[in-house]
Design a protein around this ligand. Sequence first.
Ligand SMILES: Cc1cc2nc3c(=O)[nH]c(=O)nc-3n(C[C@H](O)[C@H](O)[C@H](O)COP(=O)(O)O)c2cc1C
Length: 360
Amino acid sequence: MPRLPFDPYRFAWPIVRMLDPEVAHGLAVRALETGLVPTPPPVDDDVLKVRLWNLLFPNPVGLAAGFDKDARVYGQMLDQGFGFVEVGSITPQPQPGNPKPRLFRLESDHAVINRMGFNSEGHAASVARLQHRDRARGIVGVNLGKNKNTEDAAADYEIGARTFAHLADFMVINVSSPNTPGLRALQGAEVLRDLLVRTKEALSAGAAEHGVQRPPLLLKIAPDLTDEDKADIAQVSLDVAIDGLIVTNTTIERPATLTSVHKGEGGGLSGRPLFEASTRVLGEMYAATKGKMVLVGVGGIENGRDAYEKILAGASLVELYSAMIYHGPGLAARINRELAEILKADGFASVLHAAGQKGA
Ligand SMILES: Cc1cc2nc3c(=O)[nH]c(=O)nc-3n(C[C@H](O)[C@H](O)[C@H](O)COP(=O)(O)O)c2cc1C
């Protein structure tokens, strides 16, 4: 697809906003699959490069889980300028998720509410799409969920870890979506310890079966946690020696500032109104893990300045989803250009030099 001197999303947006959000999402994925979405000029700047674990991220701005749930368009999204893509959440067995409508745009709030409930084509469909991928195209993480009716939740994460160990550049345990009953209770200390130990072992076993190194294991947490929960999560994560935390998922809170007609819908809120709370939790987790744990900052990022704030609060990488609904997939490249400028203006040689420097 040719590079265009203008942003085609600006012209498509008036049509997109008239569509049901889930229909619009389906069309966007289809357009990406068929190569109809033009790619922006690449942003290649040393200040943006992040070397973490055994991976070299070309830039720190990733696509958060939930956009490419079934690993259909990760390659195209890498081509859009994302430094990495997190596919999923993927459940072991296919499941339809919650009844529609289950996705709402809160336009006046620059926000989204979703109660998708892990609609997933299941492990097998994503394995088929990931197994022949060209790893040189970019970094892809796999986010694992659990089926709604699974009693032994840890078993679903173990199966996922074993199944995707040789296909994922990193693996994420998602216990923080608000739309699967009982899921967030897995963030409690003892149950979490058991879950992380079992999943890490399964990941090692899966990697050994294929003769590859165990990919890094990360845990994705909610913004709606008590101080005790946060302290426990930090301690357990350090004890089990997982490789990172993704901070945060959507919130069940409804800030009083919301004005959209959809603000009363049930589900998880994301986008601009999540920025402050998720960045606060990020800073708290940075302090609680004493900078010893890699943190990925997510929640309400709309521009380079927001990404920079997350980095200063402790993030080595960032991710976004909701703002892309309003600005289109080319947003990643724009944020990277802005972020590179800000880092240089503030005298940082790299993202990792700036990580956690708030107040320093
Ligand atoms: C429609 C939608 C679906 C999502 N699905 C998932 C999911 O399957 N797994 C997950 O871990 N997070 C999921 N998320 C949460 C995002 O990955 C992200 O943590 C959250 O939206 C905050 O980032 P944002 O404000 O940039 O959107 C979803 C978010 C949205 C808006």
